[in-house]
Design a protein. Structure first.
Length: 211
């Protein structure tokens, strides 16, 4: 069982960013399978040498069944206790990435995903940085404030430290990247995307749809 008391909720620009310290990582057989997966360059080689698994549904493999259950348990805790909605979601994609020392993951979003997660197989001196064009207090008027102390209301970027075994969950549209990796071992993660399913709205409001 996961101890969900070991969690952190960051509400950056109104986005619920949730980190859970699971204390779990891949066992020997799971890690061997993960490393055996065919990879391709994630971006242009002159930008970064980060590697991405060629397949986009790696958690459907029986070898990673335990990890899929772990990530799913964390995500549904997020839906039930952070979002507090009764709607149903499902995992629609899953993949792996790895990067070596002095490399980084460029700024990006996850298209066609309502929520995303990252499970850190190995993360040494690592973090994930979320960013936006405007801070929350700049949305009405795009003023340039003189910041006394950076916080979740006046910042356009927010860094969340992560360690091996952590799972972080966030809305897929939030831009994010990693700083240059300083650790000596490869930084490895399993990413997942989630999407809504089922019925939304009501006939009485003339907005009933099924996804």
């Amino acid at each position: 069982m996961i101890d969900f008391s070991k969690n952190t909720l960051e509400v950056f620009c109104g986005y619920p960013i949730f980190k859970i310290k699971t204390g779990e990582t891949l066992n020997e057989d799971e890690l061997k399978f993960f490393k055996s997966l065919t990879t391709v360059p994630h971006f242009k080689p002159d930008v970064t040498k980060i590697k991405l698994t060629k397949r986009d549904n790696i958690l459907n493999n029986i070898e990673l069944k335990r990890i899929k259950a772990l990530i799913s348990e964390c995500f549904f805790f997020y839906v039930d206790n952070i979002l507090e909605v009764e709607n149903q979601f499902y995992m629609c994609n899953s993949w792996g990435t790895s990067q070596k020392k002095d490399d980084y993951h460029p700024n990006h979003t996850h298209r066609n995903a309502m929520f995303s997660s990252a499970f850190y197989i190995h993360a040494e001196n690592s973090s994930i940085i979320f960013n936006t064009e405007k801070s929350k207090i700049q949305e009405g008027f795009f003023f340039e404030y003189n910041i006394k102390n950076f916080n979740i209301f006046n910042s356009i970027s927010w860094e969340v430290p992560v360690k091996t075994g952590d799972i972080i969950i966030f809305p897929g549209q939030v831009k994010h990247h990693t700083p240059i990796m300083t650790g000596s071992n490869d930084r490895m993660i399993i990413g997942s995307n989630f999407f809504l399913k089922g019925k939304l709205g009501t006939k009485d409001n003339y907005n009933l749809i099924s996804i």
